[in-house]
Design a binder for this molecule. Structure first.
Ligand code: C5P
Length: 228
């Protein structure tokens, strides 16, 4: 299991200070809307400058018509800085296949994941939109993702095992909403701790606020790594 830390702080300076504190750890860094919209590609370069071995997950959740998604995916892959990025599974098999075909020959192409159900949904709010329970729809999205030759999915730890059983053991599951030692869940609804994540064969845990809001982020990361 790998640890991926969300860099969702209000300024690039604060994010970079956090990253410097954890620069000797074997972790992935997740750059999402907030940081990427504000700080762009330069921020990715600054992260790699702190430690070139950091792996970067660009969490922009692409969702558009197939050609527009493939254009964006191609630009991301050509950066040569991004190790993993994501799209929405609800964009459909055609869009996801178009993305994978477009980037297949780019050297060092990043891993690609597809978002199934956001971890901020509880079952009722999810059903209002998709008219189906989270568990069954997330697995359906995962099967669509798998046949599109995408590398894995973003899901909650509650769906990880069922998704692997319905696709492949090697199909990556990346799970946000992780509260390693039972910390406050914030706006996340389907939260899980480290033990549950391990039992459910999660490949990547994403941890944001429990690390970046802590006064001692280094210690928190060290403790998480010691327990995974
Ligand atoms: O602070 P917290 O640990 O809840 O952060 C979770 C991170 O994972 C946030 O950056 C959020 O955007 C992201 N994320 C998520 N649920 C998804 C996909 C990404 O919470 N399905």
């Amino acid at each position: 299991m790998k640890l991926c830390i969300s860099l969702d702080l209000p300024t690039a300076k604060e994010n970079l200070e956090l990253v410097k504190k954890i620069k000797n750890f074997d972790v992935w860094l997740k750059v999402g809307f907030r940081s990427y919209i504000r700080d762009g590609k330069k921020f990715l370069e600054d992260l790699k400058a702190i430690n070139p071995d950091f792996k970067i997950f660009l969490d922009l959740k692409l969702y558009d018509i197939p050609n527009t998604m493939a254009d964006a995916a191609e630009e991301i892959a050509k950066f040569g800085l991004v190790d993993m990025f994501n799209v929405h599974a609800s964009s459909g098999v055609n869009a996801m296949t178009t993305v994978m075909n477009r980037i297949k020959d780019i050297p060092n192409k990043p891993l690609v994941l597809a978002v199934t159900a956001l971890t901020s949904f509880d079952n009722d709010s999810f059903k209002e939109i998709y008219n189906q329970d989270i568990a069954s729809k997330a697995t359906q999205f995962a099967k669509d993702t798998f046949i599109s030759k995408i590398d894995g999915v973003v899901c909650s730890a509650y769906e990880s095992l069922d998704i692997k059983n319905n696709t492949s053991e090697n199909f990556i599951t990346l799970c946000p909403g992780i509260r390693p030692f039972g910390e406050d869940s914030g706006d996340q609804k389907r939260v899980a701790d480290l033990q549950f994540s391990k039992e459910n064969k999660v490949d990547f845990i994403v941890v944001g606020r429990p690390v970046y809001k802590s006064d001692k982020p280094r210690e928190v990361v060290e403790k998480i790594l010691a327990n995974i």
